[in-house]
Design a protein around this ligand. Structure first.
Ligand code: HEM
Ligand code: HEM
Length: 165
């Protein structure tokens, strides 16, 4: 339920965090090969030298976690703009997608940390399963955004582009 004093839109900060996290997650997928190769060497008992792309994966993932927690704090403190719903089912689907995206923005870095710093193979396997779940959720989310933009034409995408403080 949106709070009675729910904001009318997303603030500049919330929009910046949304698109920054999108860019960070995109780079995690685009440059994943360095991290996978380093992990293969570790599990084979070999040494790994310094690789800036591995550092970018660890730091980028850590930032995703920090920004997700920041966004959840903002949601709790300032409320969430009223959802633009075409139907009850679509509204529930959007909410479920958002909740799941937040869960993945937390679980991906956590499983990565446990694998990388704890040397836990099972966590790496979990990370590999979750990466597919996250990709599927982002795809669904983008389809939803495009549906709002081109079929419903209800200004949902504009809410994530222009700030309403
Ligand atoms: C939102 C955050 C993250 C995303 C989206 C992400 C995504 C990915 C992707 C797509 C792969 C490639 C798997 C493959 O196809 O081989 C991968 C591998 C890996 N990531 Fe992440 N990652 C994130 C955060 C982290 C963090 C914070 C760490 C560690 C501190 C980490 C550690 C690893 C490790 C060790 C692998 C190798 C696993 C393997 O190849 O079995 N990840 N990650
Ligand atoms: C890694 C990629 C992405 C993640 C994790 C993500 C996550 C989220 C989350 C959690 C929300 C809920 C609002 C909030 O708490 O901030 C949201 C809203 C939104 N996202 Fe994304 N997003 C991603 C990519 C995209 C892309 C590529 C688009 C556009 C094509 C997009 C368009 C939107 C729009 C329009 C909203 C506002 C929905 C509303 O007003 O109710 N997102 N996103």
């Amino acid at each position: 339920m949106p709070a009675t004093n729910a904001p009318t839109g997303y603030s500049r900060l919330r929009i910046a965090l949304h698109w920054l996290v999108f860019a960070l997650i995109a780079q995690q997928y685009l440059f994943k090969d360095a991290m996978s190769a380093a992990w293969d060497r570790i599990t084979d008992g070999l040494e790994t030298g310094f690789d800036p792309l591995v550092l970018a994966h660890v730091a980028g993932g850590a930032l995703v976690l920090i920004f997700a927690l920041w966004r959840l704090t903002l949601r709790a403190r300032r409320g969430v703009p009223r959802a633009i719903e075409a139907s009850k089912v679509q509204g529930i689907l959007a909410k479920l997608t958002h909740v799941s995206l937040y869960a993945l923005m937390i679980l991906m870095p956590l499983s990565g940390f446990v694998a990388w710093f704890g040397g836990v193979e099972a966590a790496a396997q979990g990370h590999n399963v979750l990466k597919i779940v996250l990709l599927a959720l982002v795809a669904l989310h983008v389809v939803g955004a495009l549906y709002h933009q081109f079929v419903l034409r209800d200004g949902t995408l504009a809410r994530m582009r222009r700030a309403q403080d």
